[in-house]
Design a protein around this ligand. Structure first.
Ligand code: B12
Ligand code: SF4
Ligand code: SF4
Length: 331
């Protein structure tokens, strides 16, 4: 069995639902010069760099200053792992059989945050995959990330054939629909690449129409400053930092948003995950806004200890709850 096949087999055995490989060319890997503008065989750092810098120029990142720190590095894996030759993209399906309770008085939490924080799950499995690679190829260098590294994960996952970037700008998998979280191992090994995925969106615009705050400003481009996910998770400050028009669009969403993902026709084929850590906690399907509005800081820290929700912090979460409560009332 080739090393590529062995790595893929191991990734699946570790519980990754999707795995694919992109070959990063020598020039793209920043070995010859520290610029992402050189041509590549199988990857496209030029496009990544251009899209990222245009997105930043338009200010779509809002207060997420960390994303503008080093766009060159973010678009060029060779600057993250010198000598990088391949990226092993992996995905885990987080769809469960559950549905959110739509009763009035309840808030709405994005599906990825119904269970435990996925970062830990990915970190542990990615480390195991790296160990496996080192056993097979002791000289190989590796580095792994999920979400928190300077890597444009969706673009590499698309190149690796895991799915295509849909018009809502997230990766859509033919097998798992919208419900795939991503991670990757960068390595100096030259592995056999997969075919990039083909964009199957066609003339569909359901996600663009479904967005309550018109954050998908053009197909494939999301203005984060209008996106409810950003407003409820990333944006710090009191209610005054969110324009009234966007507060109204938030509806009952108190952490993240799935509206553009929910409507995607490719979700019809998606099968639920067996993954224990994505199974919803008691409060995640029917979060009672009245109860949550009384949550003390210490209780917040205890209840959401293992949940992605702790990222919003106590103040931000209660701000979101207050906006959702106001949105319940007829104006
Ligand atoms: C910053 C960030 C956000 C920001 C900005 C979102 C965004 N679209 O960029 C905010 C806070 C809003 C956000 C929200 C969400 N996020 Co987020 N986020 C990230 C993060 C950290 C970086 C993404 C990034 O580089 N953005 C910068 C822009 C420039 O890049 P981009 O999104 O890839 O957009 C460009 C491409 O789409 C490109 N493009 C591609 N094809 C084409 C074709 C054409 C013709 C054109 C013109 C352009 C184009 O042009 C776009 C604009 O420049 C990644 C993790 C990572 N390191 O990659 C997770 C990540 C993208 N997020 C993820 C998730 C799950 C979400 C949410 C669904 C969470 C939720 N339920 O609330 C929402 C979805 C909102 C949405 N519709 O995008 C997952 C997505 C998994 C997947 N299947 O795609 C990731 C990969 C994390 C992970 N490890 O799984 N996120
Ligand atoms: S996550 Fe919600 S607010 Fe953000 S682009 Fe999708 S539908 Fe719009
Ligand atoms: S809803 Fe339609 S346009 Fe949006 S990602 Fe899915 S198929 Fe593409």
């Amino acid at each position: 069995m080739s090393i590529t096949s062995a790595i893929k087999q191991e990734a699946r055995a570790l519980g990754f639902d999707a795995v694919g490989i992109t070959r990063v060319s020598r020039s793209a890997a920043g070995d010859q010069e520290n610029s992402p503008s050189r041509n590549s065989e199988t990857a496209a750092p030029q496009h990544l760099f251009a899209r990222l810098t245009e997105w930043l120029r338009r200010g779509y990142h809002g207060t997420m200053a960390w994303i503008e720190r080093d766009p060159n590095k973010r678009a060029d894996p060779g600057q993250v792992l010198p000598g990088c030759r391949s990226i092993i993209s992996v995905g885990i399906n987080y769809l469960t059989v559950h549905r959110a309770d739509e009763q009035p008085g309840y808030g709405r939490i994005a599906r990825y945050a119904w269970g435990k924080d996925y970062h830990k799950l990915f970190d542990a499995r990615l480390k195991q995959l790296e160990q496996f690679i080192h056993k097979m190829a002791p000289d190989a260098k590796t580095r792994s990330y999920s979400d928190t590294g300077p890597i444009m994960e969706k673009a590499w996952a698309e190149q690796a054939g895991l799915g295509w970037i849909g018009k809502h700008s997230n990766l859509v998998s033919a097998d798992h629909g919208s419900w795939l979280l991503l991670g990757e191992v960068l390595t100096t090994l030259e592995l056999e690449p997969d075919e990039p995925a083909t964009d199957l969106c066609g003339s569909c615009t359901l996600c663009i129409q479904a967005c309550p705050t018109k954050a998908i400003v053009e197909p494939y481009v999301v203005d984060a400053t209008r996106c409810i996910s950003y407003l409820t998770i990333e944006l710090r400050g009191d209610e005054a930092v969110i324009p009234h028009e966007l507060q109204a669009g938030m509806g009952n969403k108190i952490f993240g948003c799935d509206d553009c993902l929910d409507v995607c026709p490719f979700n019809l084929r998606a099968e639920p995950t067996q993954e224990e850590s994505f199974q919803p906690s008691n409060w995640s399907l029917s979060p009672d806004l009245k109860e949550l509005s009384k949550l003390e800081e210490t209780t917040f820290a205890t209840v959401f200890r293992q949940s992605p929700i702790r990222r919003a912090k106590h103040q931000g979460f209660l701000r979101n709850v207050a906006i959702a409560q106001r949105n319940l009332k007829p104006s």
